[in-house]
Write a protein that binds this ligand. Structure first.
Ligand SMILES: Cc1ncc(COP(=O)(O)O)c(C=O)c1O
Length: 375
């Protein structure tokens, strides 16, 4: 059997990883400023994480959601405390798309409506409703196009109000900071107006923090830069440092009902052990403070590169926009300088999503590599 060939691949084969570095089969070292699509939060193979997962595996790896699993409560309690979202309840699932799928389903159950407002250039996943609210026709099959979605530009509240006035909207879904789309984001004013008009119309505001959450933006969740309280928050990627998991944080005024949501694998013992260990390390190593510190250094240093037009995003969720397309630059960074970076829908933009443990010296290596390639 061969693999179903859906991924264009770089010719690199990582076989080992530690902290902010990965090594290929020839023992070549790469600086990882991409974290495998923003997944590695506490650094590759963090010793506490490895210990916690191994210990858990020796005890019990999995049982279904029909028994007591105190690890789920521990995870919910720690996540509430560290994120400052103690007035939310947690539903655990297995991926970002599944988290958004459940968030949209919950909004639809509760409002009895089915239309969704999403934004231009959004990315919310590849399954049923999640892909339907993703602004990319190429990854929507006819079966997905049955969903009713309006795509609007960011930062235009009047257009949102016009759509809400139709009276058929269940939810507005928006990324804290757009990831795949290219690091654009709503202004604080827009987020605040959005909350207000959603509230007024009985529509759920869903904040997709799957990429921008878990400290990456310099706050635990990116929406916390804007002083709002979403009805639902979705999270995945950095949540368990590579162990598959997703989470839906649901405001505690929204009542659950048995059977309303569910999953076989979601919230299993191993996933919880991984996610608890991530929160412990984020707290113990003060990683959110490190994000802000390294971000400031990044901004100061990147100014010395004249070809950079703009830096988008916040914290360690950054887009460096150049005055040329970056495809070749990314290849040179990987193959000549041994540095991983990411791309996005914006062909002029390098996406930088390092582990939150990255330090200034490692950013300096990147800046010097850029200078050498560009001069
Ligand atoms: C903002 C956002 N939402 C949802 C997803 C989908 O997550 P997953 O690939 O885990 O299904 C992604 C993945 O890139 C994302 O960036």
């Amino acid at each position: 059997m061969k693999l179903f060939d859906v991924y264009p691949l770089y010719n690199v084969t990582p076989v080992k990883a530690e902290g902010v570095y990965v090594w290929d089969e020839n023992n070549t070292e790469y600086l990882d400023l991409y974290g495998g699509h923003g997944v590695i939060s506490i650094g590759h193979s963090h010793p506490d994480y490895v210990k916690s997962l191994s210990n858990q595996l020796h005890k019990i790896g999995f049982y279904s959601n029909s028994i007591q699993n105190p690890l789920q409560q521990e995870l919910a309690q720690k996540l509430g405390k560290l994120s400052g979202c103690e007035n939310y309840n947690l539903f655990l699932c297995n991926s970002g798309a599944e988290a958004n799928e459940n968030a949209l389903k919950l909004a639809s159950f509760k409002t009895g409506k089915s239309r969704v407002i999403a934004f231009d250039n959004s990315f919310h996943g590849r399954t049923s409703a999640a892909v339907a609210v993703t602004d990319n026709k190429n990854i929507n099959a006819p079966i997905n196009l049955q969903q009713k979605v309006a795509f609007l530009p960011l930062n235009n509240i009047d257009l949102v109000i016009d759509e809400l006035n139709n009276g058929d909207v269940a939810a507005v879904i928006i990324e804290g900071i757009q990831g795949v789309g290219g690091l654009d984001e709503g202004t604080s004013e827009f987020f605040q107006q959005l909350q207000k008009v959603c509230h007024k119309n009985g529509v759920f505001l869903i904040l997709d923090e799957i990429q921008s959450g878990y400290g990456r933006s310099g706050q635990f969740f990116a929406f916390q830069h804007h002083n709002i309280q979403p009805d639902i928050i979705t999270t995945a990627k950095g949540m368990a440092n590579g162990f598959p998991i997703g989470g839906v944080l649901i405001l505690d005024s929204i009542d659950p009902k048995y059977g309303m949501l569910g999953t076989t694998f979601g919230g299993n013992h191993l996933a919880c052990a991984a996610a608890i260990s991530v929160l412990d390390v984020i707290e113990k190593e003060a990683l959110v403070a490190n994000v802000n510190d390294v971000y400031q250094y990044f901004l100061d240093e990147i100014q010395s590169i004249l070809q950079v037009k703009k830096v988008k995003g916040k914290g360690l969720m950054l887009g460096v926009e150049f005055n040329f397309e970056v495809g070749d630059l990314r290849k040179k960074l990987i193959f000549d300088k041994h540095i991983f970076t990411g791309g996005s829908n914006n062909k002029y933009l390098l996406r930088i999503l390092p582990p939150l443990t990255v330090n200034k010296a490692q950013i300096a290596i990147f800046i010097n590599a850029l200078k050498e390639i560009l001069t």
